[in-house]
Design a protein around this ligand. Structure first.
Ligand code: LFR
Length: 490
């Protein structure tokens, strides 16, 4: 039997079949589709029904490719976004996209009602303006009619699963990212939800990854000409799946899930709710099989993706990453540096101009060419990785020998090289299919084909190439780290 994983990322979504053959995992992409947010009425939305349509196309293609041998389906996507369901079971409005600006002042507004320490103590989640808690607050504040009418809230993968099966379930890893779930009580936090004026009855009790959560409904099986395939709640937060897919052999390890976002941290058994964790704005997101992901969001390759988009818009033609990275390689090292996590970079209208302005305001040479900007982004990311790596060690009390990097971002070899240099430790890069493999791993474990997560990680390591980057030029990186911390005010 094969498992089918859907992974919805920024820009595109994919349907990937996975199975085990001669002791290795084999994967086959059967459908790829665009996942672009839609701006309407000044707001940024998900194109949710189109995605549902593409998911159905993916199931149809997979069914054909697997000769009907599909044992289960799992869906993962980015966190925090949700749909609201009304009394007749229908979706009430198009879900908002987390990069929409309606949450601009929401953190401050909510913290005026519940103190920051209390929000952290109750949720263990980092303060990011787009967390579901702040999105809900913004909707409530703006008298959003969908929220007023809502009977249920479903996170995006919950919602797509509901469309497929007719059953509503909330999945644990994604639930924790809302900042409205309390990991200590294991329940939705009434106080946090009531602080933003939301009735906790709209939230469903979360199920753990690995649970079967319905089968394709009769209407769907008839439409697609497929069997009633079961749906498995995987680590439906894409980062939970990415962490599940890290090919680490040790129980304690540091990871970086590298894509549009960079998520760096480690796995822990219990959330770390210390003052220091709060001060460093670390998060404790739910993981698979009774773990928590102690990590921090880093703005990631979004900076590079958005810069490229700006230049393409200006030039009216597509640019290639290999050309851009080639020019970055030629650019002068350490000419200008930024803190990639300055919130000004969350969704600026012109990323290169925003980066240039940051450099100007901090008294540095202003990067002008595309090569200079890309170099500035990649060096700054590597330095931020070192900072977060050190803080992860401080919080967990562990010392890591090196860093596992997974996700599409590892195709950027310059970034992997810089990261090893900045850390002064080896980087083990691979596989690039982070989330998809973690999604499949949970399905393999659910079907009994793989014993547990330790076996699954070992199997992933044996099935895919892991490239090792040894640190180079560490003295230079050390010196720059000191300078960068001053520039970033850290
Ligand atoms: C990565 C990710 C991060 C989350 C961000 C927004 O794709 O899921 O973990 O913080 O997107 O949801």
């Amino acid at each position: 039997m094969k498992a089918l994983a859907f992974d919805l990322g920024a820009g595109s979504g994919r349907a990937v079949l996975g199975w085990i053959e001669e002791g290795r995992i084999v994967i086959q992409e059967v459908h790829r589709f665009s996942n672009e947010p839609v701006q309407v009425g000044g707001r940024l939305h998900w194109d949710i029904l189109r995605l549902y349509h593409e998911i159905k196309q993916g199931i149809r293609s997979a069914w054909r490719a697997a000769d009907g041998q599909i044992g289960s389906i799992g869906i993962d996507s980015w966190a925090v976004d949700f749909g609201l369901i009304g009394r007749n079971g229908e979706l009430l409005a198009n879900p908002y996209h987390y990069r929409d600006s309606h949450t601009a002042n929401a953190i401050e507004e909510v913290l005026a009602v519940v103190p920051e320490t209390e929000v952290f103590a109750r949720s263990g989640i980092q303060f990011l303006p787009f967390n579901t808690l702040y999105q809900l607050h913004a909707l409530k504040r703006d008298h959003n009619p969908a929220l007023e009418q809502a009977e249920h809230l479903l996170m995006i993968p919950d919602l797509l699963r509901y469309f497929l099966t007719g059953e509503m379930h909330s999945e644990f890893t994604n639930a924790t990212t809302t900042q409205a779930f309390n990991p200590t009580t294991g329940k939705w936090d009434e106080r946090l939800l009531s602080a933003v004026g939301v009735n906790s009855a709209i939230m469903l009790p979360p199920v753990q990854p690995g649970t079967e959560v319905g089968r394709l409904s009769e209407a769907v099986t008839r439409e697609l000409g497929v069997a009633a395939i079961p749906l498995i709640a995987v680590g439906e937060h894409d980062t939970a799946s990415a962490v599940a897919g890290v090919p680490a052999l040790q129980p304690s390890f540091a990871y970086l899930s590298c894509g549009t976002w960079s998520l760096m941290g480690t796995e822990v058994k219990e959330p770390v709710l210390s003052e220091q964790a709060q001060a460093l704005n670390f998060t404790n997101e739910g993981g698979v099989y009774g773990t928590y992901r102690l990590l921090k969001n880093i703005m990631g390759l979004w900076l590079q993706e958005e810069s490229k988009r700006s230049w393409e818009k200006e030039a009216g033609t597509k640019l290639s990453y290999s050309d851009l990275l080639g020019r970055a390689e030629q650019a002068e090292p350490f000419r200008s540096l930024i803190d990639p996590d300055d919130l000004r970079f969350l969704n600026p209208s012109d990323m290169p101009a925003e980066i240039a302005a940051y450099c100007r305001e901090t008294g540095q040479p202003v990067p002008a060419s595309d090569g200079e900007i890309i170099r500035c982004i990649l060096e700054s990311l590597a330095l931020k990785y070192r900072f977060v790596f050190e803080k992860t060690q401080a919080l967990s009390g562990a010392v890591y020998e090196g860093l596992h990097m997974v996700g599409g971002g590892i195709q950027n070899e310059m970034l992997c090289r810089f990261t090893a240099g900045a850390l002064g430790k080896p980087v083990w890069a691979g596989p690039a299919e982070g989330s998809v493999l973690g999604n499949l791993a949970v399905q393999f474990i659910a079907s009994g084909e793989v014993a547990d997560i330790t076996e699954a990680r070992k199997l992933i390591g044996e099935s895919f190439d892991i490239k090792v980057y040894e640190p180079e030029a560490s003295a230079r990186w050390n010196e720059q780290y000191g300078l960068w911390k001053k520039i970033a005010g850290l």
